[in-house]
Ligand binder design. Sequence first.
Ligand code: UD1
Ligand code: CA
Length: 459
Amino acid sequence: MTATPLHVLILAAGEGKRMKSASAKVLMPLAGRPLLSHVIGSARSLNPVGVHVVYGHNGQQVRDAFAADGSLGWIEQRERLGTGHAVRTALEALETDGKLEGRVLILYGDVPLIRAETLAALVGTGDGLAMLATRLADPKGYGRVVLDAAGKVRHIVEEKDANAAQRAVDLVNTGIVAGDAARLLAWTRALGNSNAQGEYYLTDVFEMAAAEGAPAACVDCDPVEASGANDPWQLAGLETLYRERAARELALAGVRLADPARLDVRGSVSAGRDVEVDVNVIFEGEVVLGDDVRIGPFTRVRNATLAAGTVVLAHCDLDGVVTHGPCTIGPFARLRPGTDLAAGVHIGNFVETKNAVIAEGSKANHLSYLGDTVIGSKVNIGAGTITCNYDGVNKSRTTIEDRVFVGSNSSLVAPVTLRAGSTIGAGSVITKDAPADTLTISRARQTAIEGWVRPVRKP
Ligand code: UD1
Ligand code: CA
């Protein structure tokens, strides 16, 4: 096969009024990122020479949101005269010195579940025009696809222009089209707008191709992939479909899900063998789970790499966490970015960590804040221990060396170091380094007053 260059156009000039939102429709989030970014991701998997977004007059917001992506092309469609006009405007912008080479794939900014494999199949049909169609039990509102005897596209009729027999057709146009760039430009230049909506319909190019003796190929896809979002209800429906797809992929990769309907994947998850995930778990960003990892119920795991055997109990929030061996986390633990745990670490209930590097076998089982700290191995952090890392202006570090025992309810005022083997008496406020292998205690001495009597009520 010759490597014909491929241009991708993503139509996104629509106003998206029915979203009733101040932000542009293609910026609405699906699985935690804009609809448009899903479409761009699928488009890029085809290695196109360019991905160009066709945006409308209020599209600056969209451009700003994707400003970091320097390789996207932006084409403004000032007047919204129909899909055919949008494609013509874009192709004219891509034309150089009256020449336009290669193939074009037309996608929609609000149709985010389209899979890369499906697009590859469409683009792979050959050099001619090809469209992606799907069968719907309720085809209302879509353009109906009329095929010829050979199964090629004879023409497409928009709902508003269709007669009763045409409306009965359940094969609908997804809107996604591939074709030769120069041919498409010539056809879109020849479009008229004498139809029920007074628009330049891209769909009219199919009849032109058929009239030239080269009718378009029709590729079928799963209706899920062609689903769009016009209002928040449909957007929530896409989220459900996305969730089902992600849960299914994880389950088929060997992950045991307590309930696929109660798992949200808003990013990418890779998992080893015998991983178990309980109900109401949310995975975000990049998550890597080693063999035998267990995730308890009502837990969010974001940007985390959990080593084999790590157990996260119920109601935890993990963000930016790495474990290097089996650890136990939770229930009710909050692990923030920079938490790095060696094998055998236990982080128990109501413990918060941030920038905390903790070595083998150390434990903080109850009610603590461990921030900006390096903790050695076999350390015991008593209940209520706080690293006082912030003086209101600067953050400072607490260093806790191997085998330290910190008694309950201790405040460690950073910068401070607890030397190896030191013991901190419960209730201490530690402002100076604690020497190795000694008991350091800083609290008022306990006294018992002999002969003291309780007050008695005045007569
Ligand atoms: C279009 C198709 C229809 C198909 C349906 C699938 C046409 C004439 N009809 O209908 O056959 O079944 O999609 O959803 O193509 N857009 C622009 N600029 C414009 C007009 C539209 O960028 O001037 C963009 C919109 O933002 C939207 C997409 O094109 O993302 C589709 O436009 P829309 O007006 O919604 O077309 P439909 O009537 O749904
Ligand atoms: Ca539409």
